[in-house]
Design a protein. Structure first.
Lengths: 293, 142
């Protein structure tokens, strides 16, 4: 049976923990708003890029001279996995679900006899994956704790990926990130970057608006569009990760605050019972002492 | 009949409005677009984008990207797009001096040289666009 002093100490400690978690929840909520606004602002560009690309890709795909970024080499031996997590923790299963997804994919590819390389974006993912797949790590990058995520950061990653591809260090690149489904739900998602899978919106490219003039020509434009698209895809994933991270952190901290409240209630009850028992015990002692006189 | 113009950058939608004429910095020279332009897809370079809307004119400093002309709208997808009046002239001058100082060094790595040159070009463009805005305000120009 813990003494009154112990109980008091524990109640105070849980109370200060609750203060911290509820402050973190508040901070996460305001950062979430900003992150969501940023993800929202980036959508028009990404959508237009996708529409433009799918239209062009439909024209060029299948031709012998199709760019490598679009069609690949037809090889499927070395896989590059770009895993995006947050830089920090205390966000529930947000980072570990990416770790798990990546590990499953790596195991599956290894079982098929493929070679795997990993590029980790975000400190948590790097730490997690480096533990399990030290030899496969091809590099890592951090978010860097800025207020906003800049497109230049995504571009830097995209340049690294395309440089590796140009050196033929991998055949297929896959992105793993947490898709922002809602504030409380982030879904680990795999998306193939290279070669680019055929667009899902079939038929649009064959509409009456498809008769474009190209200047200088389709291939040149596509060759500029594809690296840009790579950066945009990564940027989008980073923005969703950022928004999802704060969503997950907010949820996790909300739970923690609630749990701390429950804990305080239980401990307070226990404390009062113990206090009452002590008083009763003292009274009995006094009364029986008085009777004995 | 006005044309719908969207200017989008990876980070935000910079402009979206009905306009009468757009002049874009194409890679192979300036490109004027009026209503009923043929559908076109092309790449853009570093330069000034002019928008005419009635008697008003607006200027953007644009760096790299794509131009898509569709029957119903014109989409500019630039890597960066800054409205002339939003450009911080002081910072642009600083960037220019910085780039010029770098270029004065006798020898530079090719990558650094290219970066400094691009920086200088960009700073000069921003200064030009910002000052143009100041010189010929939107009201007295048609």
């Amino acid at each position: 049976m813990p003494s009154l002093k112990d109980l008091r100490g524990r109640i105070n400690s849980v109370k200060s923990t609750r203060k911290i978690t509820s402050a973190m929840k508040m901070v996460a909520a305001s950062k979430l708003r900003r992150a969501q606004a940023q993800a929202e602002a980036a959508r028009p560009y990404a959508e237009r890029m996708e529409a433009m690309l799918s239209r062009l890709a439909a024209n060029v795909a299948g031709r012998p001279g199709a760019p490598r970024l679009l069609a690949g080499d037809g090889a499927d031996r070395v896989h590059l996995i770009v895993a995006i997590t947050g830089d920090r923790g205390l966000a529930g299963a947000f980072n570990s679900s990416i770790g798990r997804q990546t590990r499953n994919l790596v195991r599956r590819l290894l079982a098929e006899g493929k070679t795997v390389k990993i590029l980790a974006v975000g400190r948590k993912g790097r730490d997690y994956l480096r533990r399990d797949f030290y030899d496969a790590m091809a590099g890592d990058m951090m978010f860097g704790g800025r207020r906003t995520i800049e497109f230049a950061q995504a571009q830097e990653i995209a340049e690294r990926v395309s440089a590796m591809f140009d050196r033929r260090e991998f055949d297929v690149a896959t992105l793993i990130y947490n898709r922002f489904h809602s504030v409380i739900s982030q879904i680990p998602t795999e998306r193939q970057l290279i070669p680019l899978p055929p667009p899902a919106t079939e038929g649009e490219g064959k509409g009456p608006g498809a008769m474009y003039e190209f200047e200088p020509d389709e291939e040149t434009i596509l060759n500029r569009l594809l690296p840009q698209n790579l950066a945009v895809q990564i940027y989008r994933a980073m923005l969703e990760t950022n928004a999802g991270f704060y969503g997950a952190q907010m949820t996790a901290m909300d739970n923690a605050t609630r749990n701390a409240g429950d804990m305080i209630k239980k401990l307070t009850l226990n404390y009062n019972r113990t206090r009452q028992a002590n008083i009763t015990k003292e009274l009995i002692e006094i009364i029986s002492g008085a009777e004995a006189v | 009949m006005p044309i719908r113009l969207d200017i989008a950058t990876p980070e935000r939608l910079a402009y979206s409005d009905d306009v009468d004429e757009v002049v874009c910095p194409g890679v192979e020279g300036e490109l004027g677009i009026l209503p009923h332009h043929a559908p076109l897809l092309t790449t853009l370079g570093l330069g000034e984008l002019r928008i005419r809307k009635g008697a008003d004119q607006e200027f953007f400093a644009i760096a790299g990207g794509f131009l898509q002309v569709r029957p119903d709208r014109v989409v500019v997808m630039a890597e960066t797009a800054e409205l002339g009046s939003e450009i911080d002239l002081e910072r642009a001058h600083e960037a220019r001096e910085e780039a010029e100082r770098t270029l004065e060094v006798a020898y530079l790595e090719p990558a650094d040289l290219a970066r400094a040159r691009a920086g200088l070009q960009k700073a000069l463009l921003r200064i030009r666009v910002a000052e143009r805005r100041r010189r010929e305000g939107p009201r007295h120009h048609g």
